[in-house]
Design a protein around this ligand. Structure first.
Ligand code: ARG
Length: 459
């Protein structure tokens, strides 16, 4: 055991207690962030005259070589060390001797780990944002290709009004666009540097916190050293934003699974994103979509766990906070994997356009338009609603869509109907007449696609 402490102890740590306490098995992924933080710290210490330039250069070279050796597989991170911070410091001292012992001047692992985690989350926000931008690009392609693909729109999973596939996909475009906005927002609030807060009460060394903050790409230093070492709000905000990403993916997956079913047949998932059955030769299952839907629970679990972990912690740092890492790492890995897989599945999915259009023609999806026709001919909407309700009942009894009624059948319920009713309730009219902002009509949808294209070009 290579520990950073021990002077005041007379006994070795119990083996189980040591293992229980250690975080090296998972916090080793913070190595690049830990080294970056130490580099900024040691530069600042030299600038402030706490370390000599010679000592600084020795530390910088030592840190550089540790990172290079780990990346090259020449140096192994083992459980001989309690955490990534101990690993770096012990190896630095091994390599450069006394200057290495000065690295931790004016620093605590409490502000160090707070910094590492912020740097890690900030990097991953950028990575997840890239994955989401890629997904949005794929969505936009499908929207452009399906601006005139008619399909039924649903409420209560009952056919409601006709719409287009571009319009339906466009709803998800908006969701993922908001997700990117939320992630950017998390970054805005987290981007203050905790380094220099010490264990909790700052330090007596003349640290230049603004300098380290600037070195590490932060907007400035955090404002209260106790808050700095015990704030994990940004982790919770991240997990909340990621939970929403998963919620959106999960809803989308649910639809893909339904649409891919034998009953719907709206889509066919590519073989590359489907799996077979070990017993039923005919099966082609949407496992990837199901797994993405399933993994949503994992990310929600991380959010709930972190909220619960943080709720009873007195100021300032307590070891409970070490629990932030595994949840957060897992949630980030899960989301990145799911977005990427979903994106690929969407790109290769085949949409059964004739089937969607046929489905839109049935289920009386044009009933609202028939009522609107009457309204346009002077009938109050409530009365029109009743009249069309009677027509639908007649249609159900006679197994006939409104489009297939004779004019006499229309007139039997209301004399207001004339020959132009057929044009008024055709699928094409039903969709095309809907051109208010955000509606599925061709012109309205085209405008949204142009807007979406410009948005994707910006970021
Ligand atoms: N491994 C610890 C964590 O992840 C580092 C901070 C340790 N600080 C301490 N006072 N024991 O939170």
């Amino acid at each position: 055991m290579a520990q950073l402490w021990g002077g005041r102890f007379t006994k070795e740590t119990d083996k189980l207690a040591y293992a229980f306490n250690a975080s090296i098995s998972f916090d080793q992924r913070l190595l690049p962030q830990d080294i970056a933080g130490s580099r900024a710290h040691v530069k600042m210490l030299a600038k402030q005259g706490v370390l000599t330039e010679k000592e600084r250069d020795a530390v910088l070279a030592g840190l550089e070589s540790i990172l290079a050796d780990v990346e090259a597989g020449k140096l192994e991170i083992t459980d001989k060390y309690e955490d990534v911070h101990s690993f770096v410091e012990a190896n630095l001292i091994d390599r450069i001797g006394d200057p290495g012992k000065k690295l931790h001047t004016g620093r605590s692992r409490n502000d160090q780990v707070a910094l590492d985690m912020k740097l890690y989350v900030r990097d991953e926000i950028a990575n997840i944002d890239e994955e989401l931008a890629e997904l949005l690009g794929n969505l936009l392609q499908q929207m452009k290709a399906n601006i005139d693909t008619f399909m039924p729109g649903f409420t209560h999973l009952q056919k409601a009004q006709p719409t287009t596939l571009a319009h339906h996909l466009g709803a998800y475009f908006e969701m993922f666009r908001r997700d990117r906005g939320r992630l950017a927002d998390v970054k805005k609030r987290l981007n203050l540097c905790p380094l220099g807060s010490g264990a909790l009460a700052g330090t007596t060394y003349p640290l230049d916190r603004a300098y380290t903050a600037q070195q590490l790409g932060f907007d400035g230093p955090t404002r209260n050293s106790m808050d700095s070492v015990s704030d994990r709000d940004y982790v919770i905000e991240l997990l909340s934003a990621l939970s929403l990403v998963m919620m959106h993916l999960s809803r989308f997956c649910e639809e893909v699974i339904l649409w891919n079913s034998n009953e719907y047949r709206f889509v066919e998932i590519d073989d590359g994103y489907s799996t077979g059955s070990s017993i039923m030769p005919q099966k082609k299952n949407p496992d990837i979509a199901e797994l993405v839907r399933g993994k949503t629970g994992r990310v929600y679990g991380a959010l709930t766990s972190m909220l619960t972990t943080m709720k009873g912690i007195p100021l300032a740092y307590d070891k409970d906070m070490q629990e932030d890492k595994e949840f957060t790492f897992d949630a980030i890995d899960t989301v990145k994997g799911c977005v990427r897989l979903f994106s690929g599945m969407l790109k290769t999915m085949r949409f059964n356009k004739p089937r969607m259009e046929e489905s839109a023609k049935h289920g009386f999806t044009n009933a609202t338009d028939a009522a609107d026709y009457l309204v346009n001919h002077g009938v109050p909407f409530r009365d029109a609603h009743g009249i069309v309700g009677q027509l639908v009942l007649y249609g159900i009894e006679h197994n006939k869509a409104l489009d297939d009624f004779t004019l006499e059948e229309f007139k039997a319920v209301s004399p207001v109907f004339e020959q132009d009713i057929y044009e008024a309730i055709s699928l094409n009219t039903c969709v095309e007449k809907r051109n208010t902002i955000g509606a599925p009509g061709h012109a309205a949808m085209q405008a949204e696609i142009v807007e979406a294209e410009n948005y994707l070009k910006q970021k």
